[in-house]
Design a protein around this ligand. Structure first.
Ligand SMILES: Cc1cc2nc3c(=O)[nH]c(=O)nc-3n(C[C@H](O)[C@H](O)[C@H](O)COP(=O)(O)O)c2cc1C
Length: 238
C-alpha cells in the first residue's frame, strides 16, 4: 500500500492496481490520479492481497466479518469506503482483467445490490482503466465495471488503450499524447461532478427490483441489512 499526496483538489482517491509492476497501466492510472489531485491510497495486486475466495459463502449467508480473509482485506475495504473516486486498473491478460483483480473482486460479492451494498458507493465515481497490446480492453473493463455497477457505484467511466507495446518504454509518442489528453478531460469531468453524484436509472431500477425481493423474503442476512438501512421503507442509499 502507498499513500501519496498530490496537490490540487482535495479528493480522496483509492487505486486498485490489478498488477504489482509499474508498466503502461500503472502509468495511466497514476497520471489520472495526479491530474485529479488529492490524497491517493493505492494497492497493488497480488502484492497487497492475493488470497483466493474459498467458496465458504459465509459472507453471503452470515456476515462478511466471518470471511477468512476479512482482516487482510480491511485496509483496502476502508480505503475504498472513504474514497470519493475509485480507480481500478488492469492490463489485459488473455482478453480479461488479471487473475489478481478477479480474485480480489470475488471477495466483494456480498456487496452486490442483490445482497448488501455499501451505501457510500452510490455517491462515488469509479474509473476502469485497461491497456492491451492490441485488443481486449472492452471485456477487461467490463470485468471491473460489472462489480462497480453491482456495488451501486453512482458514476462509472471506462478507459481502454491499445498501447501497441508490452512495456511502457515502447509506447509510441502519439499514443502517449492521446493518453495525456484523455486523462486531462477525464479528470476535468470527474472533478466537476464530485459531490454531485446520484446513480443513474439502471441502478435505481435494479435497486427497486431487489427491494421487492427483500420485502417478499430473500437471504435472511440480506433482508435484515436492508431493514436496518430503512431501504424497505422510505430511505434510499443515494
Ligand atoms: C499474460 C498476458 C496476456 C496478455 N493478453 C493480451 C491480450 O489478450 N490482448 C492484447 O492485446 N494484449 C495482451 N497482453 C499484452 C498486455 O495487455 C499489454 O502489453 C499491456 O499494455 C501491459 O500492461 P502493463 O505495461 O501495465 O503490464 C498480454 C500480456 C500478458 C503478460
Amino acid at each position: 500500500m502507498n499513500l501519496l499526496i498530490f496537490g490540487g483538489d482535495n479528493l480522496k482517491i483509492t487505486i486498485i492496481h490489478g498488477q504489482s509492476h509499474k508498466g503502461s497501466t500503472y502509468y495511466i492510472a497514476d497520471m489520472l490520479a495526479k491530474k485529479l489531485g488529492g490524497e491517493v491510497t493505492e494497492f497493488f495486486l497480488p502484492k497487497d492481497f492475493h488470497e483466493f475466495c474459498i467458496g465458504c459463502t459465509n459472507c453471503f449467508m452470515k456476515d462478511e466479518s466471518v470471511c477468512p480473509h476479512f482482516e487482510q482485506l480491511m485496509p483496502i475495504t476502508k480505503a475504498m469506503d472513504k474514497a470519493d473516486v475509485l480507480i481500478f486498473a488492469s492490463p489485459v491478460y488473455v482478453y480479461h482483467a488479471t487473475g489478481a483483480m478477479k480474485v480480489f473482486l470475488d471477495h466483494y460479492g456480498y456487496r452486490w445490490i442483490v445482497h448488501r451494498p455499501n451505501e457510500a458507493m452510490f455517491k462515488k465515481q469509479a474509473i476502469c482503466i485497461s491497456t492491451a497490446a492490441g485488443a481486449g480492453m472492452k471485456s477487461t473493463n467490463k470485468d471491473m465495471a460489472d462489480s462497480m455497477f453491482f456495488w451501486g457505484v453512482g458514476k462509472i467511466y471506462n478507459y481502454g488503450v491499445g498501447v501497441h507495446a508490452v512495456s511502457f518504454k515502447e509506447v509510441p509518442e502519439k499514443i502517449k499524447s492521446k493518453i495525456d489528453k484523455k486523462t486531462t478531460s477525464l479528470a476535468k469531468k470527474i472533478k466537476k461532478k464530485n459531490g454531485k453524484i446520484t446513480p443513474g436509472l439502471k441502478t435505481k431500477v435494479f435497486f427497486y427490483i431487489m427491494r421487492l425481493f427483500m420485502k417478499k423474503g430473500w437471504n435472511q442476512s440480506d433482508v435484515n441489512y436492508w431493514k436496518e438501512k430503512g431501504w424497505i421503507e422510505k430511505k434510499r442509499p443515494w
